[in-house]
Design a protein around this ligand. Structure first.
Ligand code: CP
Ligand code: NVA
Length: 310
């Protein structure tokens, strides 16, 4: 029988669309149970190790609370306080940790490091953001779009701003679900060529359109969703001035939202910078669903944990 038990979630690239759909369905059911107070302690006695190389508000709290709701336990492990911070090889960290915990969640800069951790861990590894991908965010975003718009296939999502980890994961998951995705970025910030190639290959199979449109006003025509993220991601702080200058024409504000569909929603993974990538009017306005996205991190991650823990 087909199962996701033991599978790593590093990106959605190597997942069948049906498997991602099933996770989404399971997330919806877990959300319903949580709202109705129906116990669902399917991971009683299980532990999740959470390694953080970088700051986090939503990811840390939603994973930790999610494990509690599933009857298990989560350990916060700052990489600065692990031996990994003093040079212990990631391979050894993976081997040792997987003798204790039933799953490992990691937020790190280097995606290859996370891949090495996963290769050497017997416990499934969940990517909680690298420079390349943010798969848990993308799954939460699909649940949020489904809840607000009623369907995914054939919808048009326009991501405006930096072609970063969040944009990459959105491209991949949109392509898997047959959602059309347009990235509107300044020249030089389109994102990874490798990810573009992968997303286009997936889209060719599902009937999704993956495209780049430099002009944000042109890009948001007929958009059902307008999405943005910070212009300066964790680790890119040195480039702040050049970036703020390059991205200025890409702010999501009322003028830009006015060119999308009348019913279009605004999305942002958070944390946000009002007055930079988004105006206060838009993110705090009636079309914004950013806190639904934040909430849905909890429900989708519970679905992932329940599916991959052996
Ligand atoms: N969206 C997101 O991952 O938020 P945190 O950085 O607060 O975890
Ligand atoms: N692109 C942002 C997302 C934060 C959740 C970053 O990498 O800092």
């Amino acid at each position: 029988q087909h199962t996701l038990k033991g599978k790593d979630v590093l990106s959605w690239v190597d997942f069948a669309p049906e498997d991602i759909e099933e996770l989404l369905e399971s997330a919806g059911q877990l959300k319903e149970k949580q709202k109705q107070g129906i116990p669902h302690q399917t991971l009683a006695g299980r532990s999740l190790g959470m390694i953080f190389e970088n700051a986090s508000t939503r990811t840390r709290v939603s994973f930790e609370v999610g494990m509690t709701q599933l009857g298990g336990h989560a350990l916060f492990l700052s990489s600065a306080d692990l031996q990994i911070g003093r040079g212990e090889p990631v391979q050894d960290t993976a081997r040792a940790l997987s003798r204790y915990v039933d799953a490992i969640m990691i937020r790190a800069n280097d995606h290859e490091m996370v891949a090495t951790l996963a290769e050497n861990s017997d416990a499934p590894v969940i990517n909680a953001l690298t420079d390349d991908y943010h798969p848990c965010q993308a799954l939460a975003d699909m649940l949020t779009i489904q809840e607000h718009l009623g369907s995914l296939k054939g919808r048009k999502v326009v991501y405006v701003g930096d072609g970063n980890n969040v944009a990459h994961s959105l491209m991949v998951i949109a392509a898997k679900f047959g959602v059309h995705i347009t990235l509107s970025t300044p020249v030089g910030y389109e994102g990874s060529r490798e990810v573009w190639t992968k997303a286009k290959a997936i889209a060719a199979e599902t009937g999704s359109k993956v495209e780049h449109v430099t002009d944000p006003n042109e890009a948001v025509q007929h958009a059902d969703v307008v999405y943005t993220d910070v212009w300066v991601s964790m680790g890119a702080e040195k480039e702040k001035d050049t970036r703020n200058w390059a991205f200025e024409p890409y702010q999501v504000n009322d003028a830009l939202m006015a060119q999308a569909n009348d019913e279009a929603i605004f999305m942002h993974c958070l944390p946000a910078h009002r007055g930079e990538e988004v105006s206060a009017g838009v993110i705090d306005g009636p079309r914004s669903v950013v806190f639904d996205q934040a909430e849905n991190r909890l429900h989708v991650q519970k679905a992932i944990l329940q599916a991959v823990v052996r």
